[in-house]
Design a protein around this ligand. Structure first.
Ligand SMILES: Cc1cc2nc3c(=O)[nH]c(=O)nc-3n(C[C@H](O)[C@H](O)[C@H](O)COP(=O)(O)OP(=O)(O)OC[C@H]3O[C@@H](n4cnc5c(N)ncnc54)[C@H](O)[C@@H]3O)c2cc1C
Length: 379
């Protein structure tokens, strides 16, 4: 019998396991992929703040992000040059392996190539049915950190996440980009945005997010005039669903949900690594106390939900508000915003308020700006 079984060896699962093992608990991470994992569908952009706060694996860093170039539907350019490195771009396999090593070195065990097929919660323990040998694995508590999985959360009576998007990405051979490119427009990535992130070795990760049909939109984007002639070779397009907003309930008796499965993903850029790590820390702290008191019932574990929501919910809500407004913009609106942003002090405001991982303050300030107020009244 383990103290805790963590389902999923991604960033959220590994960091929770690390936090618990460091406190002396007997933790096992159950990961369905084998040691030679496929790279996750992810651009691997992780803010400098996250790297410093969590001591993330620096050997996974491939490139840095400093300048951004926003591109409007008609091709207008809006540069953003903050004058400092904002984020690192990581090799996601090395990043995951680094976090797995951190958990292992703190004393956690890892069962790779072992899928959790079912979870049964009894009054005295949690039982996981695993695929490797059909055995059952027992623990005093479990942490669900398996990435977005509505079927699993519904079955465990944790409810649903109201909305989702789709993200698609391909690795491309192309000349080095002077800045990370962000494309807006209904024909490119309706309801969200597309990007080209340089890996500084002749490769770039080009991707986009939309409500539906991300792969189809990415194929069109790769063939569009924005990229035509710049691509030397395009890799396969891979896609994945991304939750939008928090899971109804992230705890029950002997169980916590952490990371993407819990909807702990930015509602502005859809990045999930940093918020998953923040929640993982809260989960490990709450569970450690509950294990020590041998009180693993839902009323005690509810403290985790209160903690992570206090840290992340205001950001998630402001992002949702921003998206609602953004959804109403036509390509003509976006183009006008590009022209006006340079004139009306908006870029100054962005320079003063923008933070790579926290967007709530900037959104609140923008909403109060007379120009944005005037603009939204036209919509
Ligand atoms: C196109 C795209 C680009 C993105 N780019 C970024 C980015 O640049 N920056 C960023 O922060 N976020 C990005 N994201 C989101 C980010 O990838 C996720 O939010 C993040 O990986 C979530 O971490 P996690 O640990 O919660 O889940 P995951 O990373 O999904 O890890 C879950 C783990 O659980 C395992 N697992 C699943 N089911 C089971 C099971 N039944 N039994 C055992 N193991 C199981 C999986 O194999 C996996 O290893 C992007 C997403 C997409 C789609």
């Amino acid at each position: 019998m383990y103290d805790v079984a963590v389902i999923g060896g991604g960033p959220a699962g590994c960091y929770t396991a690390y936090g618990l093992a460091r406190e002396g608990f007997d933790v096992v991470v159950v990961e369905k992929n084998g040691a030679c994992q496929q790279p996750p569908v992810c651009t691997g952009v992780v803010g400098v703040e996250a790297f410093e706060r969590f001591g993330l694996p620096s050997d996974s860093i491939l490139a840095q992000i400093e300048d951004l170039q926003f591109i409007s539907p008609s091709g207008k350019l809006l540069p953003y040059r903050p004058g400092r490195i904002q984020a690192h771009v990581v090799d996601r396999v090395k990043f995951n392996n680094g976090l797995r090593k951190l958990a292992l070195e703190s004393g956690a065990s890892l069962l790779e190539g072992t899928a959790c097929l079912d979870i049964r919660i009894t009054p005295n323990h949690v039982e996981l049915k695993t695929a490797s040998n059909g055995d059952r694995l027992r623990a005093r508590a479990a942490v669900l950190a398996c990435g977005y999985n509505p079927k699993m959360t519904r079955k465990l009576r944790l409810g649903d996440i109201a909305q989702s998007y789709e993200g698609a990405q391909a690795e491309i051979l192309m000349d080095d980009l002077p800045a990370t490119e962000i494309y807006l427009g209904r024909n490119v990535a309706p309801s969200s945005f597309a990007w080209a992130v340089d890996l500084k070795d002749g490769r770039a990760r080009v991707g986009l997010i939309t409500r539906k049909g991300a792969s189809k939109f990415l194929k069109l984007f790769l063939d569009s005039h924005f990229l035509k002639g710049r691509i030397k070779e395009a890799g396969a397009i891979l896609w994945k669903a991304i939750p939008f907003g928090g899971l109804e309930r992230t705890y029950s008796d002997r169980l916590l949900a952490v990371g993407e499965v819990a909807g702990q993903v930015k509602t502005t850029t859809h990045g999930g690594i940093y918020y998953g790590l923040i929640a993982a820390q809260a989960a490990a702290e709450t569970l450690s106390q509950a294990l020590r008191h041998d009180d693993l019932g839902a009323p005690r574990l509810q403290a985790y939900e209160r903690r992570w929501r206090a840290l992340l919910e205001p950001e998630l809500q402001k992002g949702q508000l921003f998206r609602k407004l953004f959804d109403r913009l036509s390509d003509t609106h976006i183009d006008s915003l590009f022209s006006l942003a340079l004139k009306d002090g908006i870029m100054d405001l962005i320079h003063r308020k923008a933070m790579f991982d926290w967007h709530g303050e900037l959104i609140a300030s923008l909403m109060e700006h007379t120009f944005v107020k005037r603009f939204s009244s036209w919509l």
